[in-house]
Design a protein around this ligand. Structure first.
Ligand SMILES: [Zn+2]
Length: 306
């Protein structure tokens, strides 16, 4: 009987993993320039948001991206309103998505501030969260500390990412496939869900090694047609793995998120790798993208389906 109770307790805890869904590069992640008019972005957004109702997901906006500028101010506000109307929050992802490794800190922080009016107008108050473009946090100590100080003094909370992945690569080859090869597009969707499950498995294991246990994961996705078309299957995969969806606010209360970020350098790393560096743990390599996707991305012909 006692063994049964222990087994039950284990089963329950395994079923209560938590994850925050975060979606970057709103209004659209640039996967399909031919559908960047207001009707195209609205349709993609509506499909993306339907399955996200009730998940407490958050979108990170670039109000100065080419797509956003193409929509115009009112057009962008109408897309942001779609997100808010689905009960989701919005955060600051800079105005134009600059790379902090390539611009002066003052220019970078000015770009953060330029994103605020559109976000404040949509939300009715200033945004709370900041997501670093490319997950780059500063390649040297001056940039890293300078940006961290700026964010603190402007009351921003950093939105870390733990489950990093290459959804953007799949999104690009998917958008190409949609134009000419429906069977290939379907195959890319299937491969994408399998790949994402390997990324979940990797970061679950690595996260436990680094932090000593389970903690709420934070998933990075981008606002694109691939995710709009595949999110129901992706969310089903997460539920199968025992995940419940929580807000950033809830996740960040976990002590894991008070661990030190031990990385200063040019790469955009998962926070799990950053915590590992602070603890001087050896590096762990992430699963690679499938060869077929890499080949398609690099412009080579796809292998025939098996
Ligand atoms: Zn981004």
């Amino acid at each position: 009987m006692k063994r049964l109770l222990i087994l039950l307790a284990f089963t329950v805890s395994a079923q209560t993993r938590q994850v925050v869904i975060t979606i970057d590069d709103l209004p659209r992640g640039g996967d399909n320039p031919s559908a960047n008019d207001l009707a195209g972005v609205r349709a993609m957004t509506e499909k993306l948001l339907q399955p996200l109702r009730g998940t407490q997901a958050i979108g990170f906006v670039n109000p100065g991206s080419d797509t956003a500028l193409g929509l115009g101010e009112a057009g962008l506000q109408s897309i942001l309103k779609q997100w808010l109307d689905h009960g989701l929050d919005l955060g600051n992802h800079t105005h134009t998505h600059p790379n902090i490794n390539q611009v002066a800190l003052a220019e970078y922080t000015a770009d953060i501030l330029r994103a605020e009016p559109a976000l404040t107008k949509a939300r009715g108050r200033r945004p709370v969260y900041f997501r670093h473009p490319f997950l780059h946090t500063g390649q040297d100590e001056a940039a890293r500390a300078g940006l961290a100080d700026f964010l603190r003094s402007h009351n921003y909370q950093v939105a870390p990412v733990t489950i990093d992945n290459s959804d953007w690569m799949f999104a690009r080859v998917y958008a190409n496939a949609l134009r000419k090869d429906a069977a290939l597009a379907k195959r890319i969707q299937r491969t994408y869900v399998e790949y994402m499950e390997t990324m979940f498995a990797f970061f679950e294991t690595r996260g436990a090694e680094v932090t000593g246990g389970d903690f709420p994961q934070i998933l990075l996705l981008h606002a694109n047609q691939l995710n709009a078309d595949t999110l129901p299957e992706l969310l089903a995969m997460m539920r199968r793995r025992g995940y419940q969806f929580v807000s950033l606010e809830t996740a960040l209360r976990h002590p894991a998120y008070a661990l030190s970020d031990g990385y200063t350098g040019p790469w955009g790393l998962s926070w799990i790798h950053r915590w590992a560096k602070a603890k001087a743990l050896p590096t762990a390599g992430e699963p690679a993208e499938p060869k077929e996707i890499l080949d398609l991305y690099r412009g080579r012909a796809a292998a025939p389906p098996r």
